[in-house]
Design a protein around this ligand. Structure first.
Ligand SMILES: Nc1nc2c(ncn2[C@@H]2O[C@H](COP(=O)(O)OP(=O)(O)OP(=O)(O)O)[C@@H](O)[C@H]2O)c(=O)[nH]1
Ligand SMILES: O=C([O-])CC(=O)C(=O)O
Ligand SMILES: [Mn+2]
Length: 586
């Protein structure tokens, strides 16, 4: 399939190390994918689903110990520890390579090695990048075929170039004690072993498109961000784009596929999805910031996805989709998860494959169960999805899951203040990563687990991008859909109604919307967000726009401790922003 010596040599080395019985190059054809699917049905790695109701769809159950990203087993392996920074686990490459080599030695005996050349980003895009992943998992191979532009097309794009990311994956024994997700940004390499799950194993995603790419972006002067991209088309037919960074399981996919409230639909507004997880952004010839979606599919959270919360996501998953760790409805051989509908199957297998019925205490689907679905299935996929240039971004939105403290929305005073707003983000942890759920932790730019180098240098890079963008820079905002009332219920209706907030944001970006200046930035008054057709009062809105200085002062103490970890890597601009905010809070 290729004469590229750098690829051929590397694959030979991987074969010599892993010692598979067979090697199969993935060409990207339907025929080959179908053969692999049939083979996986034979071994039970995949389970076929009802082909009338869910054509082309399959179910996969991961190992019960392998259901989420493992941040404590994820490493940045660069020569100097300080380049990994205080928020990453560092593993000296001098030790990492020999340690890992021992684990990979012979790990594919009796198995086939699949060689997957893939492109991140639209074909022909100046922003696109190429990788080659070798893996011994058919599930990973078929998932990569959905999530990336994979096969011969990638080798054609690559030609004889040496500029590609080496991705070595093996599920090995799936032993959690020997699990390593290692990134070598200085070598363009990722070595992942003993996991077969999503972000640990589909290496185009977080490993490449964020950890390695963030390092490349810093070096090359662009941005690799954990952001969804949404287009809002006005009744005149003009579409404007926003990019939003929320931590895992905090609403990116939902916002990316939102259905406008009726009041906007009636006027002729439309919403288009460009991406739901990863945005690569560079400055275009006109000086504005342009974003592409690095991926070709969605790896979305299943629980809570339903015909009301996200009908577009649901429609996206009705064909050619891989479901992971959801429940199997034995009556009609379809899938189910908590929050899909109010009719749980009477006769089912849970995500572990054990008999399940609604009277049981345990969940049918794992809280981090997922769908892997082609973007082309999405009813609202943007016609710019494959545009090599990407889309111009008018607003960047940060957000997290905060029961208190963070208001529904506020705007940063300028880019520098916006970088500060991103750097102090915090969010309650979710099931997307192993460990405790619901603990507030600082998660700057939603990149805490994904920044491939020192986060202090990353903030500096953001500041520099702002200088280059000048007055063409997108405006920066922060949102929180997750404020709770005293009974623990979400106050804001969220989902499609988040468009009401996006409309204020776009209004601010073009200078038409009103705001008041507060200690933390610009906020709308309750009159500035359109509540027409919504059973939600201005008093309730005022409540979630409220900023409690005491809570904020407390929060800033935690920011101060967090910042202290960066020593002289903390940009002085951010330190000054913190001091200024503390003064304004009194
Ligand atoms: N209350 C409320 N919940 C929301 C909202 N948007 C999303 N959620 C819930 O948050 C969870 C995660 O949402 P997703 O959109 O899948 O999050 P994500 O950021 O794409 O997650 P990753 O794919 O892990 O990066 C789901 O259970 C959603 O139902 C919202 O506006 N309000
Ligand atoms: O990477 C994964 O496994 C799933 C995901 O999108 C996230 O956790 O952000
Ligand atoms: Mn998502």
């Amino acid at each position: 399939m290729t004469t590229n010596k750098t690829v051929l040599t590397w694959v030979d080395e991987a074969v010599a190390l892993c010692k598979p019985d067979h090697v199969l190059w993935i060409d990207g054809s339907d025929k080959q994918a179908d053969t692999l699917r049939q083979e996986a049905f034979g071994t039970g790695e995949l389970i076929p689903l009802n082909q009338d109701k869910l054509p082309g769809c399959v179910l996969h159950r991961s190992d019960v110990n392998d259901v989420a990203r493992v941040e404590d087993r994820t490493f940045i392996c660069c020569r100097r520890k300080e380049d990994a920074g205080p928020t990453n686990n560092w593993f000296d490459p001098k030790e990492a390579y020999p340690t890992l080599r021992k684990l990979y030695d012979g790990c594919m005996k009796g198995r086939t090695m699949y060689v997957i050349p893939f492109v991140m980003g639209p074909l022909g895009s100046p922003s696109a990048k190429i990788g080659v992943e070798v893996t011994d998992s058919i599930y990973v191979t078929l998932s990569m075929l959905i999530m990336t532009r994979a096969g011969q097309c990638a080798l054609d794009e690559l030609g004889q170039s040496n500029d590609w990311v080496r991705c070595l994956h093996s599920k090995a024994e799936l032993d959690p004690a020997k699990r390593y997700i290692c990134h070598f940004p200085e070598d363009n390499a990722i070595w992942s072993i003993n996991s077969g799950y999503g972000g640990n194993a589909l290496m185009g995603k977080k490993c490449f498109a964020l950890r390695i790419a963030s390092y490349q972006a810093k070096t090359e002067g662009w941005m690799a961000e954990h952001m969804m991209i949404l287009g809002i088309q006005d009744p005149q037919g003009n579409t404007r784009y926003v990019a939003a960074a929320f931590p895992s399981a905090c609403g990116k996919t939902n916002l990316a596929m939102l259905i406008p409230p009726e009041i906007y639909q009636e006027k002729g507004y439309k919403a288009w999805c460009v991406g739901d997880d990863i945005a690569w952004m560079r400055i275009g010839e006109d000086g504005r910031l342009y974003a592409i979606n690095a991926e070709k599919g969605f790896f979305g959270v299943a629980p809570g996805t339903n015909a009301k919360s996200n009908p577009n996501a649901l429609a996206t998953t009705t064909r050619n989709t891989i479901f992971t760790n959801v429940a199997l409805n034995l009556d009609d051989n379809t899938v189910w998860w908590e929050g899909l509908d109010k009719n749980p199957p009477k006769n089912a297998l849970d995500w572990k494959g054990n008999p399940w019925n609604p009277d049981m205490e345990v969940k049918a689907a794992h809280p981090n169960s997922r769908f892997t679905a082609p973007a082309e299935n999405c009813p609202v996929i943007s016609d710019q999805f494959n545009d090599p240039q990407g889309v111009p971004i008018d607003a960047i939105i940060f957000g997290g899951r905060r029961a208190k403290t963070a208001p529904l929305v506020y705007q940063a005073r300028d880019w520098e203040h916006g970088v500060f707003v991103g750097s102090i983000m915090a969010s309650e942890t979710t099931a997307a990563t192993t460990g405790k759920v619901g603990v507030v932790r600082r998660d700057p730019m939603a990149m805490l687990p994904f920044c491939g180098y020192n986060m202090g240098d990353y903030w500096q890079h953001w500041l520099e991008m702002g200088k280059k963008l000048g007055d063409k820079a997108p405006k920066i905002f922060n949102v929180n859909w997750f404020r709770l009332d005293d009974e623990g219920h979400f106050i804001w209706p969220g989902f499609g109604d988040n468009m009401r907030v996006i409309m204020w944001i776009l209004g601010r970006a073009d200078g038409t919307a009103n705001a008041v200046e507060t200690a933390i930035g610009y906020e709308p008054t309750p009159d500035d967000i359109n509540l027409d057709g919504l059973d939600f009062s201005k008093e309730q809105l005022a409540e979630i726009l409220e900023v409690d200085p005491a809570l904020w002062r407390e929060d800033m103490e935690s920011v101060e401790q967090f910042y202290a970890r960066f020593g002289d890597k903390l940009p002085k601009e951010l330190k000054a922003q913190l001091e200024a905010l503390k003064k304004r809070l009194g």
